[in-house]
Design a binder for this molecule. Structure first.
Ligand SMILES: C[S@@+](CC[C@H](N)C(=O)[O-])C[C@H]1O[C@@H](n2cnc3c(N)ncnc32)[C@H](O)[C@@H]1O
Length: 211
């Protein structure tokens, strides 16, 4: 493996980041601060990147499946899981969204720091571009995720989805409600230039709530 171009720290964990892999940023850290994983929970870390969220979830006692469609990300995340002593607690899959999971695979928690920024077509032509490019509206991957995530959650499971105000937070909440899911903003962080990072938590509405 070539030398990493960066080393990033969160708490007591360190993560090597290679070319073509998303370097953990404010969005990664806002999600990391709000993980809330409990011992023994089944966690799906979608778009694992360098593995930051999957490793932190495993450190908290979660059994983690980490997915990314980038071979660079999977290689980097595997290395970081070993580096942080949790290689045996994470299964890695190189695939797009839920395609590598069986239809009955269900989780307590699904994490996704999605590619959510509005972008031109050519910006998604590289692996690094695909880490953040969400198509013209920024919603290409987010909308596919929302339509598929509910069928991979346990009845009391929850989703933590990171996006930004540039991509329509109300639309996300509405799309979850169309799936009979309650969604709300769990945390947010203002960035320069009129953008606020928004962490959305969603879970199935109970029967009482849907009447
Ligand atoms: C914003 S980065 C987040 C990386 C890491 N989770 C973090 O928080 O630092 C988004 C990640 O999702 C991956 N990704 C984008 N579209 C995907 C898809 N359709 N299926 C699987 N992974 C995808 C990218 O390769 C990238 O690693």
């Amino acid at each position: 493996m070539p030398s990493p171009n960066k080393r990033v720290y969160f708490g007591s964990c360190a993560f090597n980041v290679y070319d073509e892999v998303y370097e953990p940023a404010e969005d990664s850290f806002l999600l990391a601060e709000n993980l809330g994983v409990k011992e023994g929970e089944q966690v799906l870390d979608l778009g694992t990147g360098c593995g930051v969220l999957g490793v932190l979830a495993a450190k908290k006692g979660g059994h983690v499946v980490a997915v990314d469609f980038s071979p660079y990300a999977i290689r980097c995340a595997k290395e970081n899981s070993a580096f942080n002593g949790v290689r045996g607690k994470i299964e890695f899959l190189q695939a797009s969204l839920f395609t590598a999971l069986s239809s009955n695979a269900v989780f307590d928690l699904i994490l996704f720091n999605a590619p959510y920024l509005p972008s031109e077509e050519d910006e998604a032509a590289t692996w690094i571009g695909r880490t953040w490019a969400g198509g013209a509206s920024g919603r290409d991957v987010v909308d596919r995720f929302i339509s598929q995530a509910p069928s991979h959650l346990k009845p009391n499971g929850r989703v933590l989805l990171m996006q930004s105000t540039l991509t329509g937070v109300e639309e996300t909440i509405h799309k979850f409600s169309e799936q009979s899911f309650n969604a709300a903003v769990k945390a947010s962080q203002k960035l320069p230039f009129f953008e606020t990072l928004t962490l959305i938590e969603a879970s199935a509405a109970t029967e009482k709530e849907t009447i």
